[in-house]
Design a protein around this ligand. Sequence first.
Ligand SMILES: *[C@@H]1O[C@H](CO)[C@@H](O)[C@H](O)[C@H]1NC(C)=O
Length: 224
Amino acid sequence: MKFTAAIAVLASTAAALPTAVERRQFGTRVGSTVNELTNGACRPITFIFARGSTEIGNIGSTVGPPTCEGLKSEYGANQVACQGVGSPYQATIGANALPEGTTSAAYGEAQRLFNLASTKCPDTIIVAGGYSQGAAVMTAAVRRLSSSVQDKIAGVVLYGNTRNAQNNGKIPNFPPEKALTFCNLTDGVCGGGLVVTAGHLTYTRDVDDAVDYLNERITAAGGI
Ligand SMILES: *[C@@H]1O[C@H](CO)[C@@H](O)[C@H](O)[C@H]1NC(C)=O
């Protein structure tokens, strides 16, 4: 009886938690600022992530950290270098209104990080992700990379992609099988209108599927 009551309380507590701060628990925890590519030794996998508008640090506090943690839990904490896209990407709300949904300085910084991963760590398998405006950052950066750097990217996940409608959930000038958008049907930004609705804050529940997809892509790229 006590057991049943405890489960019921747990379930109702879990249901009451705001989705935006729900975090799947993995073995390795990372904070909102992670610089394992720029500040650390090369690792077999490099994960580059751009946070959403107004998120803190460089990988934010919603889907960025658990996606990094999910990869680390799959391959080992020291096998994966996680890297957020920091300044000059400021993740301001206003930048969403620009033609590509972010600033050129922002996607330039993401391009710099992809090129750095490729030159500093020629053998690393690169995976990437972005949330909201961060998905626009990834889209604008990846489409502009040289084909040799693009070839080193195994897969990209785009949560609440503000460029979803314009690009049909993919990244122009990049193999369609290498990019996957997670868009809640009720998320207004996915229709191209930059309307943030409740569905825009539900993506922590997609992290498992996103990590599974990146794992499949890493395997398709030869694995580690
Ligand atoms: C989509 O968002 C709504 C809130 O608008 C939420 O109730 C629903 O569970 C979400 N669906 C998924 C698949 O996450």
